[in-house]
Design a protein around this ligand. Sequence first.
Ligand SMILES: [Zn+2]
Length: 457
Amino acid sequence: MMRPAAFLTLALAATACGQAPAPPPAASAASDTSASTVVLSGFTLIDGNGGAPLPNAALVAQDGRITFVGPASELKAPAGATAQDLSGKFVLPGLIDLHVHVAESDGAVQDPRRTFTRENVQADLRLYANYGVTSVLSMGSDQPLVWDIRDEQHRERPKVARIFTAGRGFTGLEAFPTNQGNIPGIPYEVSDPKQAAGFVDELAAHHPDVVKIWVDDRFGDFAKTKTPINLAAAIIDEAHKLNLKVAAHVFYLEDAKGLAAAGLNAFAHSVRDKPVDDELIGLMKKHGTWQIATLTRDSTPFEFEHPEPFLNDPFFTKAAPPLFLERLKSPEYLKAMVADKHWSQYPGVLENAKRNLKRLVDAGVRYGFGTDAGVPGRVPAYLAHEELLLMRDAGLTPMQIIVAATKSSAEFLGERDLGTIEKGKWADLLVLGADPLADLKNSRKIDAVYVAGNKVN
Ligand SMILES: [Zn+2]
């Protein structure tokens, strides 16, 4: 039966159009089935496992989960459901961004205490979903409201991107990013191992999806306060006792070695000061440390020097916060950007990040997909599509990149029901109008997105 609320909405819609309220539709089992059933056919399937694409494929999802996927010739559509013809389209799993900051800024200023509202979080998650990013991991700048929002998603079939969260991250006392201009007061600031373990216990009560640590001094600007490795190790030990994974913001090769040796689960950025070496690769393989590539984190500090191509690209402007767009049009802002004392270092940092990603991938280290979007200047959702291209520029194949952004990233999260298009998994789908394996830029030709079988755009 159609629920009363749904009927009321229909009736009101009819009235708003100046028509007489429609009679109640004849409810039937068939209409209920079609409401919760998705049947797609005729598309090329790229299922996230990395194998050859399957042409002329079909898929059925019921109540959000995939009940059939395979050749269209074997499709038996449930009674009452009509298959939607997706001939010429490509279906892949929704992208999973393992490094974002949801509702962390207004596009100009980082101030999660002001901007982390339910409305802003939902708007971000809706934007991600519309851009084909069906899951995001928010990395350490969230407010307590995030636990409610995540738990609500677990009780229903979400219609926006799924949120995973580190809650509140960790850093040293007065260390980056608690300095002015970043997010003072947001992460836990730790000064001794026992206190650090206590904070991990406090955080663990909320069941974070990962624990986040910052270990950086921003080109030496905060060298005196950089999180010492012994404190990071205390956080890692306590988190592991509680079965929690730990990801760290890193920059320096030496820190990466110390953290990998301490059992860290993932680098949330690339090593960017030097080439990675055999010692680090050995430590990462021994301890199972993942690399979450966030190449856009290192392209965005300097790529807006000439903002016109971005301002003329609707795929960018539709995702960019209005306050950031305003800044990109301001000559003063652009002048200040170039006057940044680290300006000349940024291109080299990106080159290091790209080369190091390729070296780690070739060495057999596990890797996932991330952007560090949500900070001012790093446009949510849009950046995921830029990240795909930067990974390609780093020398990875389109299939390696798609697997990283889907199956592998789900594996890092420990989510067995996400990341590939297989029977029993959630129908989190990205439908493209052109082949992403032929040209990854086709990731922007978004035809439709589904989260748990719900069509979102
Ligand atoms: Zn970040």
